[in-house]
Structure formats: structure tokens, C-alpha cells
Design a protein around this ligand. Structure first.
Ligand SMILES: [Zn+2]
Length: 616
């Protein structure tokens, strides 16, 4: 307590020495929402120029997407200290306003609406957006509310929030003061401001201690289907696994997981999460905790590992981020790819999932990247064009991006005889660069080769910078894992229909053209909405996973029972139960990875090192 008190006092003292004009002072009253808009007031830092541009961000780090937050801002007005208006003109870019007589600027006011239920077309991902729901929830990604002045984004920001007395602000920011209905936060610059989401609501929070790190888990679940206690219990296993994976200590002393579970916002259909240096914000569909937990853990694991990349290892483009022009780095294989790789690799090396389950996840990534995405587009080009030219290929950062890291990990393990892998490399890179320094985009591959092996440079040239498809049989072969591009098998099936998702977000039978013998026995019809599978509710988010787990546990003689909602001839919806004895059907499997039972001792050594199999 004493240490914390002194720390707060220290911050207050430092802040107290700042002159009023060296800081942005923002005020927002969350109890006064008019037409779904908040009124924002800024007491501006002192401007020395005669004209200045006030910006809202166009793009924010980690989203690889043009957001144009200025579109949500209206009625921008500027005043001098006497309250006299200064001329303001919106620029062609909807994120910029030019203010004249700027040396007299004292105050800026504007209104802002939230992104989640905006009635116009926009590009903002829900996890980077804003939600204003009076008396219920304010999800505030600061990029959606607060702007900055041209050339002055390194100055500190103070945020004064007035809120309902029963609301709590969940964030990784430490308030400099907090009262019955007020919270004041300070951020050292615009980077930290946009890196620090805040969720205001009636609290359901819990703090867990992982080593020396305080981890806040905050949940907004309007139907109380998910609780912070339930999430924290499951998250604990992951966080302790992450701590082991990272060498025994988490690289931050505080962290906040902020979850919004949606059942109130019909216009928000997507789900996602956005990583930050000390927190992550999640927008996910509200459903029973036990059904949602595997997905919550996968999302959380991915976002949490972003504290390594890009927080501790990044290029100039990321460290000195340009909020108003898309200038991207070519190393998404590292920022997103290695993060996605760590998120799952930790789960297998720390015993949270089986090695077989892990291979299945990697197989799915190969399947997706080869079947639906451009497998030979150089990954460095995908990165540079991810916000515009190659936006349609962006999803491959989670598929092929992770596979690049799996193959790099196997190559490093082979070259080092099982003594050095991707997590050692990331450890070494974070010592080299850390949170304050950056690498130049063009030097990274050479740097990694100089830290490791020349063969690694060739790997990057061919498969990351170059347009060659990765020969998975070669890399997985190092660990005695067979890559089978295609094979005919006989296995249990749900019927061979193509599943889709309807407007309500439920799984439906979308296409029955390639239905198999079992599907015909069940009598599926196009448009059937799947309600449950042998009594377990079906959800769009994890149906593929649910079906694959279900089929893998079936035995001869079992019965498959599916409850569907089906339109009858008079057009009304009926709930009916269809069932048939499970039967094996001929099936084509593609992009399969499986352990070779005849692996050599050399291959087993690499496999054990890669998956941490003998240390458990
Ligand atoms: Zn990510």
C-alpha cells in the first residue's frame, strides 16, 4: 500500500510541474448523452503557430485497417480564452480540421457518436470502436473520442470523466484521482492514449496475481452468462503457462483483460479483440460461459502474447506510428504471425492441449491458407499492403503467418540440435531492441541470421520475402510429422452438407449438393438451422471445432441426433429432431499433419524439443 501511495504521489508531483499549456485537458460527461452523442471539451495546449490542424486518427496500430475516426465527430468549434470563436474548416480528409488564429487557441469543443450503432457506412472494427449505452456501458477506445494537434502528439493528455456513481472504469491506466462520480487519467502522449482502452459499467472485476504481475479481469455480460470469476479461473492456467513460456516472469507489472459480451448491440455482428501494451479489449458474443470459454482463451492468449511483439520487438513504422497515414511495416509474419503461433504453441508446450490437437490446429491453418487465400503472395508484400491493396488477404497473418513461425521454429531446432527455437529468438530480439528501441524494416532478416544461422536467411528469402510456397513436408519432417496434401479415408460424418451462418448468426445447412449417404439418411434440407448436436447447443463461433471433436469421439453403433429449425410448407418455423445410426463414409482429407510412428531418434529429439514433450 505504501509503495503504491508513493508511486501515485510521485506521478501527481511530476504532473503538477507541467504548465497548463503543456498538456491536453479533455472533459467528457458520461451521464449526459444526447442523441447518442457525447459532448467533448478540450482545453488545448499552447499553440505557437498561426494555423494548426486538429486530427482524429485515420488508422491505429495493430488494426491494419483505415478507420477514419473523424467521421464520428461533428460540430468542431474553437475558442480563445475570452470565449470568442476562431475560424475552423474541415479538410478533405474527414479526420482533419484547420483552425485559424491558432496562437490564441484555448478551447475546442465537439460532439462524437459511438461507432457500434452508427447509421452510416464505416470501416471501424468493433474491438477498436466505441459504445455509448446510457446507464449500461461505455466502451471507450480513446481513438474514437479524442484527437490531437498536428506536431504535438508527444504532449501528455489528461482525461476527466464524469460517470454514474455506480460505474467503475476498467483500464490498465492508473487514475491520478478518482471520486464518487469522477475519474481522472493521464497518458504521457498520444501513443499511450490510443493504447489504453477504458470500459465504464457496473463492475464485475477480479484481480489475479501472476508472479509479480497484477492482472485485472473485467467482464460486461448483460445477461450475466459470463463472469469475471469464471474467466479468471480459466485464464490463470494460461497466464501461468505464458509465464513459464517467457522464462518465469511476465514482461509487465500490470495488465487488464477487458471483455464486452454482446447481446445488446444488434448492429455489431463481428467479434474480435485488440491488443495493447498493458491491456486488451474484447468484443464477443454473449453466450454461456462453458460454451464460450475455449474461444475466450484462444483470443486472450493471442492478445496477451502481443506484449512481446510488437511491444518489445518492432520497427520504426510501429514505434513511431503515423495515425493519419498508413505507413506499415513488412514484418506482420512477426507481429501477428509469431503472436498467433505463441498463443497455441504455449498451450501444447505447457500441457493445456494434446500434441494431436495441436497438429490439428496447424493442419486447419494450412488448409485455410492454401484453400482460400493466396499462398504465394510474398508475406512482406502482404504486410505492406495489409490496410489497402492486400486487405482481402489480411486474414492469412493468422494462418500462414503462424505456419511461417512453426517452420522457422522447426528449422532453428534442427540447426541447434533442439537447443534453440522461436521463443529463444524472440527473447534475444527483445533484449536487443526492447520497448524503447526499434529495428529498421530492411535489416531484420539479416539481424536474425546473424543471431542464429545463415540457413535462416535463406528461409526468409524464399518463403517470407519470396513467392515460394513453404514445403511443409520438409519442415514438419524434421520432427517426424508427416504432411499429407490429400488422402481418401473412411470416417464418421455429419452428412457432407456445407454449413453457413444466417443473418441471426446461427449455423444453417447452406448447400446439400455434395451430401453423402449419411446426410441422405438424416434427410437434411437446405436452410435447416442447427440447434443442437446430440444435446449440445450449436454456435457459429466454434461449430467446426465442435463437429470435429464430436466426430472423433463417435463409435460404431452410436446414434447421431440433430435438432433443427425448419420452415414448413405454410412458412412457419418448426423445431424437429432428426437422427440416424452413425456410419463411416468415404472422405477426402486435405492438408493433414500427423505424427509418424516410425520417426527416427533424431526426429524424436527435435519433436520433443519443439513440443516440450520430455520435460513434462
Ligand atoms: Zn493480433
Amino acid at each position: 500500500m505504501k509503495i503504491k501511495f508513493c508511486f501515485l504521489l510521485l506521478i501527481t508531483c511530476i504532473s503538477g510541474t507541467l504548465m497548463a499549456q503543456d498538456i491536453y485537458k479533455y472533459s467528457v460527461d458520461l451521464t449526459k448523452l444526447t442523441n447518442d452523442e457525447l459532448q467533448v471539451e478540450l482545453i488545448s495546449p499552447k499553440v505557437s503557430k498561426s494555423e494548426i490542424i486538429f486530427y482524429m486518427p485515420k488508422i491505429v496500430p495493430g488494426t491494419y485497417n483505415i478507420s477514419d475516426f473523424g467521421k464520428f465527430v461533428k460540430n468542431v468549434k474553437a475558442f480563445d480564452k475570452a470565449g470568442k470563436s476562431l475560424p475552423v474548416a474541415i479538410q478533405t480528409d474527414s479526420n482533419a480540421w484547420k483552425i485559424k488564429n491558432a496562437s490564441k487557441l484555448y478551447r475546442i469543443t465537439y460532439t462524437v457518436e459511438d461507432t457500434w450503432d452508427a447509421k452510416f457506412k464505416h470501416n471501424v472494427y468493433e474491438m477498436a470502436g466505441t459504445n455509448f449505452e446510457e446507464g449500461k456501458n461505455f466502451s471507450i477506445n480513446n481513438c474514437g473520442i479524442f484527437g490531437y494537434l498536428d506536431g504535438m502528439k508527444k504532449l501528455p493528455f489528461e482525461l476527466n470523466f464524469t460517470r454514474p456513481a455506480d460505474f467503475y472504469a476498467s483500464t490498465a491506466l492508473v487514475p491520478i484521482s478518482t471520486g464518487k462520480d469522477k475519474d481522472v487519467f493521464r497518458c504521457e502522449n498520444a501513443d499511450r492514449l490510443y493504447d489504453s482502452p477504458i470500459m465504464f459499467c457496473v463492475p464485475d472485476t477480479i484481480t489475479i496475481k501472476v508472479g509479480v504481475t497484477d492482472v485485472l479481469v473485467s467482464v460486461y455480460s448483460p445477461k450475466h452468462l459470463v463472469t469475471s470469476k469464471g474467466v479468471a479461473e480459466n485464464l490463470k492456467t494460461l497466464l501461468f503457462a505464458a509465464k513459464n513460456y517467457l522464462g518465469g516472469k511476465l514482461p509487465v507489472n500490470r495488465y487488464a483483460f477487458i471483455y464486452y459480451f454482446n447481446s445488446e448491440q444488434p448492429m455489431v455482428q463481428g467479434q474480435g479483440a485488440w491488443e495493447h501494451s498493458y491491456s486488451s479489449f474484447y468484443s464477443m458474443r454473449e453466450r454461456p460461459e462453458k460454451d464460450a470459454m475455449a474461444q475466450i482463451i484462444d483470443f486472450s492468449s493471442h492478445e496477451f502474447f502481443h506484449i512481446i511483439t510488437p511491444l518489445n520487438i518492432c520497427s520504426k513504422e510501429v514505434r513511431e506510428f503515423n495515425f493519419n497515414k498508413a505507413v506499415l511495416s513488412k514484418h506482420l509474419w512477426l507481429y501477428e504471425g509469431s503472436t498467433e503461433y505463441d498463443a497455441h504453441h504455449t498451450q501444447v508446450t505447457q500441457g493445456m492441449i494434446t500434441p494431436e490437437e495441436y497438429l490439428k490446429r496447424l493442419s486447419q491453418k494450412i488448409f485455410f491458407s492454401r484453400k482460400f487465400l493466396n499462398d504465394t503472395l510474398p508475406f512482406t508484400q502482404l504486410s505492406l499492403g495489409s490496410a489497402d491493396k492486400y486487405n482481402q488477404q489480411y486474414y492469412n497473418v493468422y494462418q500462414k503467418g503462424a505456419l511461417i513461425n512453426a517452420c522457422l521454429d522447426l528449422l532453428l531446432n534442427k540447426l541447434s540440435d533442439g537447443n534453440y527455437g522461436v521463443h529463444n529468438l524472440k527473447h534475444d530480439l527483445s533484449l536487443l531492441y526492447g520497448p524503447k528501441n526499434y529495428f529498421n524494416d530492411d535489416e531484420l532478416f539479416d539481424k536474425i541470421a546473424s543471431l542464429t544461422y545463415p540457413e535462416v536467411r535463406t528461409f526468409f528469402s524464399k518463403y517470407v520475402e519470396g513467392n515460394l510456397a513453404i514445403p511443409y513436408e520438409e519442415f514438419f519432417g524434421y520432427a517426424g510429422v508427416k504432411y499429407i496434401p490429400k488422402r481418401e479415408t473412411e470416417s464418421f460424418s455429419l452428412g457432407g452438407f456445407t454449413a453457413g451462418v444466417n443473418e441471426a448468426g446461427n449455423v444453417v445447412v447452406d448447400n446439400i449438393r455434395r451430401i453423402n449417404d449419411f446426410g441422405r439418411k438424416m434427410g437434411y434440407q437446405k436452410g435447416d438451422e442447427l440447434v443442437s448436436l446430440n444435446g449440445e447447443p450449436v454456435h457459429a463461433e466454434d461449430f467446426a471445432q465442435q463437429a470435429s471433436t464430436f466426430l472423433s469421439t463417435l463409435k460404431e453403433g452410436d446414434t447421431i441426433t440433430v435438432v433443427v429449425k425448419r420452415k414448413n410448407t405454410s412458412g412457419s418455423i418448426e423445431t424437429i429432431t432428426i437422427s440416424a445410426p452413425a456410419m463411416k463414409v468415404k472422405k477426402t482429407e486435405e492438408h493433414v499433419l500427423e505424427f509418424d510412428p516410425d520417426a527416427t531418434p533424431g526426429q524424436l529429439k527435435i519433436r520433443n524439443a519443439w513440443l516440450n514433450l520430455c520435460k513434462k
